[in-house]
Each structure stands twice: as C-alpha cells, then as structure tokens.
Write a protein of this length. Sequence first.
Length: 275
Amino acid sequence: MDLVLDAADRHLLTPYVYPAGWPEGEPCRQLLSLFVITNLGALALYLLFGTLSYHFIFDHNLKNHPQFLENQVRREIAYALRSLPWISVPTVALFFAEVRGYSKLYDNIEDSPYGWSGVFLSMLSFLFFTDMGIYWIHRALHHRLLYKRFHKPHHLWKIATPFASHAFHPVDGFMQSLPYHVYPFLFPLHKITYLGLYIFVNVWTISIHDGDYRVPRLLRHVINGSAHHTDHHLYFDYNYGQYFTLWDKIGGSYKSPTAFEGKGPHDYLRELREK
C-alpha cells in the first residue's frame, strides 16, 4: 500500500491537499491518507466491477426467482456502502503497519531469493493460504454464537447479485478479508503482486455472486465458482470456500452445485414458467 500512498502524495496530496509543513512520513498524516485511499479504492472496485458484472454477466432472469427480494439491488448497494467505511478501519491499521515496514513486502525482484519463480510461487501460495483461512473463518461465522449477529445479514440475499459481494456486516467483512492482510506479514510478497492480488480477490468476490454458473467441465469440482456459492446462499452450510473446493472436501462441507445437476435457480424458474 505504500506504493499507492507514495503516488497519491506525489501527484495529489502534497501539492494540493496537505499544508507544506506536514511531512509525508508523519504517522497521523499517513493514517488519514490511508483511510481516504482505502475507502475510495474499495468503493471504486465495488461499484466499477459490480456494475460491469451486473449489466454484462448477471442473468437478470434470476430477478424473477421467488427468493429474490423486493428492491434487492438497491438494498445490497446501500448495505455495502454503509459497511465499507467500518470495514476499512481495522484494514487501515494493517495497511499502516505495512507502510511502516513491519510486513515482508519487498520492492524489487532482486530482493527475493527465488527471483521471478518466487513471485509466481508467492501468488499460488497466497491463493491457497487465503482460501484455507477464509474457509475456516467463514465456517466459524456460521456457528450459532456468531451467525445471527454477524453473518446472517449477508445471507439475506438468497439469489445474490454482484452487488451482494460486499454487503457484509463490518465484522464479517473484515474477518473474511483478514487472511489477505495477514499473508504479507508471514511470507515475502512483491508489492506490485500484492496490489494485483488485492484487486483480483475483490473481483473474484464479485464474480462468485454474479449468477453465471458456467465453469469448464474439468474444473467444475475444483473451482469454487458462482454455482457453488449460490448453493451456499440457498442451503446455508455447504461450500464455504473462496476459490477452490479443496477445503470443503477436506471439511466435509462440499456440495455439488444444483445448477450442474439440473436443479438450480434457472431450472426452478423454467419449471415455474412451464406450470
């Protein structure tokens, strides 16, 4: 995040926003800047990719499903916009620790003992590490002591749209993002790779709520896509994973998506029309 902060300081904040006498490295200034940048960045990612997905990928026929709520899209967006600033508070604290040099993020490929292969391997390990972390956090949030208070709001959307992707209770949203932020404090990761992965995970979160159930046949039971996550919303205690089905299979919570078996939401709508 220090790359983004440096760019913002260089092109906008130092010449146009902050007083000339307020040093760029001063902690209060960095915290304030990170809070603004994090919120604007999260908002831009959510609205941009959510809107594109909603208009060009999401099947609007799903809005005819009996479990699609009245004014649901507006409600999803409103809930997300209320939650994102609160989710950003602990997130900014972790970004601040990164900026102050407490993480294992590095600037140059030469700083990695494994060079470019290290960058590639770190991308894979990031995906597998965060998938594991999110699985167990997500599953814990379904425990009866946590579900009603923190995770139930996200399950209001039985037939989700891309705008449901960030419509979480703030505690729920931060907890499920925590593995992304913990990784660079435990393992070396190139800074630009981290930014790219951060954007990717936000887009992926939108994609598993987009109602497009198409997955290459060979990967249907490997990749946790929209079909898997739709069944999670519909049937509650299956398919907790983020990218892969591995941990659901290990944890006994894997469910073959109903959309792949001719029993999904589209099939239900077709049966209603035929009746």
